[in-house]
Design a protein around this ligand. Structure first.
Ligand SMILES: *[C@@H]1O[C@H](CO)[C@@H](O)[C@H](O)[C@H]1NC(C)=O
Ligand SMILES: *[C@@H]1O[C@H](CO)[C@@H](O)[C@H](O)[C@H]1NC(C)=O
Ligand SMILES: *[C@@H]1O[C@H](CO)[C@@H](O)[C@H](O)[C@H]1NC(C)=O
Ligand SMILES: *[C@@H]1O[C@H](CO)[C@@H](O)[C@H](O)[C@H]1NC(C)=O
Length: 439
């Protein structure tokens, strides 16, 4: 009896796996990589991308959440599609999502409201709110790329995402109707694209500092070519770490975080190490400590003792360069007169900040003026780092301002991050991808 039941269960699992495999093996054609534009929203400083979803196809604007678990969209308003399919309870897609939840809905059927559907927890980290949502599939189309230009649209007929109610859009950039989770979950956007087109589980993010031109997100391997013909594929690498404890708004016990953690071993200001309580730099068994990279925070957050050590050293080094400290301008405490500050190819001529990372030969991510100084007005530059409090979950959260005009490549298969430091040294920027189609 027991063996009969488990035989049936495994048969169902095999059939579902075959069906899932077939569904994912019917893309329109097989590109080597995909490319999406991403633009900073002036009002919220969030980074917004656009994909084509549904039948007939609609352009859907999504806020990028680097460590987010999956893609979710508002299905309550204006979701019209002939190819929408809810994901059933106990299906292969539901187990890919790591979900054991099963839901009914009495007010449908319609997208986001069906019986016997797999339940997940869409999360809006900008307002720290999560809710329950119906897991679903629908067609998604994005441009392929050869690394230099966008090409033909590549379609995934049954891309997995979650529906969310309209209220979850609160706090998102105007016009955005959901969130693109680029985290390391099996149903994260990078893993779904890789599975659909059989390319390596890799993606790269290059955010522009401009609110009027597009940066770029690549899925798949390089080259990553920016005008005038410069391949910025990274040559420095550091391991990615898995935080064993979820950092999402809602999670089940034992679920690891889908965010991207790295290990900073030391921080130097103008080449001089600052003193840090090193136990903050590793992730402990409770999931606390360590360093993550986030597009939810605009500016890097440092645990209070690290913040104090960094800003003290920075103020001292700046004084030695005759850079005058002035009153803080919220949210920044550490600001300087721009009067004595020269300008260079890599931004204001200010003391450099080195993040000394884990890995072979201790790779160094150097932050120059363009990624450390925020020009709050014509006369004042502020150090773009904030005090994250004395007992934060994660000791260091590297915010998006610190990696604008840097290319970061997340290799999920090899569990490593490739990074370039500022592209200004390479005579290009993240706004220099040639978005003119070459087909
Ligand atoms: C779900 O099932 C219940 C009970 O059979 C039914 O009343 C309801 O209309 C169904 N809802 C949907 C969305 O099909
Ligand atoms: C270093 O940080 C750990 C973890 O927060 C803390 O338990 C310990 O007391 C700190 N040590 C010092 C010397 O502050
Ligand atoms: C800073 O100012 C002092 C006094 O004006 C001057 O002697 C020194 O050379 C300056 N240092 C730098 C690095 O500009
Ligand atoms: C951008 O790409 C298009 C299509 O390949 C090409 O015609 C155009 O010359 C490129 N632009 C620049 C500035 O190189």
């Amino acid at each position: 009896m027991a063996s009969h039941a488990s035989f049936l269960a495994s048969l169902v699992a095999i059939i579902s796996a075959v069906c899932l495999g077939r569904a994912q093996a019917q893309p329109s054609f097989r590109p080597d990589g995909l490319v999406l534009p991403v633009r900073k929203d002036a009002a919220t400083q969030q980074y917004v991308t656009v994909i084509n979803q549904r039948t007939p196809s609609a352009a859907v604007r999504l806020v990028v959440h680097l460590g987010g678990q999956f893609l979710w969209v508002d299905c309550d308003a204006n979701y019209v599609s002939s190819t929408y399919r809810p994901v059933r309870c106990r299906s292969a897609q539901c187990s890919l999502a790591g979900s054991a939840a099963c839901g009914d809905c009495y007010d449908g059927p319609r997208p986001g409201c069906n019986n016997n559907t797999c339940g997940v927890f869409p999360d809006n980290p900008f307002i720290t709110t999560s809710t329950s949502g119906e897991l679903a599939q629908d067609a998604v189309a994005v441009p392929s790329t050869d690394g230099s230009n966008p090409g033909r649209l590549a379609t995934v007929p049954q891309f997995i995402f979650s529906c969310a109610p309209t209220f979850l859009l609160r706090g998102l950039a105007a016009g955005a109707t959901g969130l693109a989770g680029l985290g390391r979950a099996r149903i994260g956007v990078p893993s779904l694209f890789s599975a659909a087109f059989s390319f390596r589980r890799k993606f790269a993010v290059c955010l522009s500092s401009s609110t009027s031109s597009d940066g770029v997100i690549f899925f798949g391997d390089g080259p990553y070519v920016f005008l005038p013909g410069i391949d910025v594929t990274p040559s420095l690498f550091t391991p990615l770490y898995i935080n064993p404890v979820s950092t999402a708004g809602a999670s089940t016990q034992g679920e690891p975080s889908t965010e991207y953690f790295i290990r900073i071993n030391a921080i130097r200001i103008n080449n001089k190490p600052i003193s840090i309580n090193t136990s903050l730099l590793t992730i402990d068994a409770a999931g606390d400590g360590g360093t993550k990279i986030s597009t939810v925070n605009q500016y890097t957050l440092l645990e209070t003792s690290i913040y104090t050590a960094l800003t003290t050293a920075y103020i001292r080094e700046a004084a030695a360069w005759n850079i005058t400290r002035v009153a803080g301008v919220a949210p920044f405490d550490v600001c300087f007169s721009s009067a004595n500050v020269g300008s260079t190819r890599v931004g204001p001529a200010v003391p450099s900040i080195d993040l000394v990372l884990q890995g072979q030969n201790s790779p160094v991510w150097t932050i120059f003026g363009s990624n450390s100084m925020v020009a709050v007005n014509d006369d004042v530059l502020c150090l773009g780092f904030l005090d994250g409090g004395s007992n934060p979950r994660t000791a260091i959260v590297i915010g998006a301002f610190q990696f604008e005009n840097n290319l970061l490549q997340f290799d999920l298969a090899a569990s490593r991050l490739g990074f370039t430091s500022t592209l200004f040294f390479r005579q290009t920027t993240c706004a220099n991808f040639n978005f003119t189609s070459n087909v």
